[in-house]
Ligand binder design. Structure first.
Ligand SMILES: Cc1cc2nc3c(=O)[nH]c(=O)nc-3n(C[C@H](O)[C@H](O)[C@H](O)COP(=O)(O)OP(=O)(O)OC[C@H]3O[C@@H](n4cnc5c(N)ncnc54)[C@H](O)[C@@H]3O)c2cc1C
Length: 436
């Protein structure tokens, strides 16, 4: 049995941040990581000399962002890519109508104005919603209040459905009314041409991370914690919600009622990336994204032009919510054929087959069990922070799902790791100590 001051379970951004701050404060720390790499849901594929972020891509707003600070301190280049947070505008987007033709600037402006109008009406409706209300319930109230004709209402309803799916990987009926409360973007969004994983590898530098080390049991008492092979005064557990909820990860004695109840109201989503590289560009120049409105866009409706990252004509789209479940088990070629068929409706029969296709499978990954957690109806935004309440003074949960302000993000993971480190130490340490 090895003895350390603190065991950290999981070497994603939350675990690495916590471990780094604790080591910086003089603690003996071991981080136990199930995979053969660090980073968790921040993972970059570098095969064939190409850089593809399979997990997180974006900082959704660099203004006052500690992730941007950490990335800059690590020397990571950033490329501006706003509208990654499913905004209706802000950067050029080529909208295609239900008839497959591109909307002219006037029609685009009218559609965007309608989205903005409903969004403005939505805030008070969400604030006054019943505890069990769904995002569908509140959006229907906000839509009905406009008194618009059916077709006009349908286009905005569709937008709200797609936003729920693309932001949280869940059907609008399954998301809590408050499920998108955190959806606030301050400043430009950016992506990482050299890969987001650089953030993880630089946080991991010099730490004692034991890779390929699957933890299945944590036993705690007010006197300390053990996991098979290790004993410590305290433990920081950063495994995703889906792992925490599974029988493959046992906490003994079980979490107190408050944490268990909060955990039961969160659920891992279904959200996969589809990255298509083409022999040449065929889509509109100078746009950040292409979007299809109308019934034809029920599956594939939004494509992000990643060409600016490395010059290779590349589109990123998402299989989100029901679509992600439906394509489970499909080969990448079958997914590519389905997406390309839709692109041909917009850009014609000459659209070439992609030369390279990547489809992620986070929902089948035993150490993720989805891409990130969403709030089911009945949950409150506080559930996130409640999860992080220290247990017995020795067990600390951290990770994206434990941070109320901006859950489901790298930002949340980073801040939750910082909070856990402060709780372990019993004093505040500056978050910037993790990268300075
Ligand atoms: C497809 C996708 C797109 C995303 N897009 C964005 C984005 O654009 N911007 C953004 O900010 N966020 C995005 N996210 C979310 C972001 O990646 C996560 O919120 C964040 O990386 C979570 O960090 P974490 O440390 O909480 O968890 P993780 O990164 O999951 O770290 C937990 C670690 O625990 C390990 N683990 C699991 N089980 C065990 C076990 N039994 N024993 C030991 N170790 C275990 C895991 O392997 C993992 O390394 C995206 C995620 C995905 C998957």
């Amino acid at each position: 049995m090895e003895h350390v001051d603190t065991i950290v379970i999981g070497a994603g951004i939350a675990g690495l941040t916590a471990a780094r701050l604790l080591v910086g404060a003089g603690r003996r720390v071991v981080a136990l990581e199930a995979r053969d790499r660090v980073g968790g849901r921040v993972h970059t594929d570098r095969s064939h000399g190409r850089v593809t972020d399979l997990g997180a891509s974006w900082i959704h707003g660099v203004e006052d962002s500690r992730v941007a600070d950490a990335a800059t301190a690590s020397g990571m280049p950033l490329v501006e890519f706003t509208v990654g947070g499913y905004q209706p505008d802000g950067r050029p987007i080529a909208y295609f109508g239900a008839d497959g033709h591109r909307l002219d600037p006037g029609a685009t402006a009218r559609f965007v104005a309608d989205v903005r109008t409903v969004d403005a009406a939505l805030g008070p409706v969400v604030a006054g919603s019943a505890p069990e209300a769904t995002y569908r319930d509140v959006t229907e109230v906000a839509l009905a209040a406009q008194g618009w004709p059916a077709e006009r209402t349908a286009r905005v309803r569709e937008y709200l459905e797609h936003r729920s799916e693309e932001q949280y990987g869940v059907r609008i009926e399954d998301l809590a009314a408050h499920g998108l409360d955190d959806d606030v973007i301050a400043g430009d969004e950016v992506v990482f041409p050299d890969g987001y994983d650089r953030l993880a590898t630089s946080l991991a530098e010099g730490l004692d991370v034991r890779l390929s080390h699957v933890v299945s049991r944590v036993t705690w008492s007010p006197h300390g914690v053990t996991v098979p092979g290790f004993a410590a005064d305290q433990v920081v557990v950063t495994v995703p919600v889906g792992v925490l909820q599974s029988d493959d990860f046992v906490i003994e004695p079980p979490l107190p009622d408050r944490q268990r109840a909060a955990l039961g109201r969160l659920r891992m989503n279904a959200f996969e990336k589809v990255v298509l590289r083409f022999p040449h560009r065929f889509w509109d120049a100078d746009v950040h994204a292409v979007r299809q409105l109308g019934p034809d866009g029920a599956w594939w409706h939004s494509w992000y032009d990643l060409t600016r990252l490395d010059g290779v004509p590349t589109l990123l789209t998402f299989a989100a919510g029901p679509v992600a479940r439906a394509i489970r088990g499909w080969t990448p070629d079958r997914v590519a054929a389905s997406v390309t068929a839709q692109l041909r409706r917009l850009y014609g029969a000459d659209v070439p087959d992609p030369t390279d296709v990547i489809v992620t499978a986070w929902q089948d990954d035993p150490f993720a069990r989805g891409s990130y957690a969403y709030m089911t109806p009945g949950s409150t935004t506080r559930d996130h922070d409640d999860l992080a309440e220290p247990v017995g003074g020795v067990l600390h949960l951290a990770g994206e799902a434990t941070w109320t302000d901006d859950p489901a993000t790298v930002t949340a993971a980073l801040h939750s790791g910082h909070r856990a480190a402060c709780a372990v130490l019993g004093r505040h340490v500056p978050i910037a100590a993790a990268w300075s």
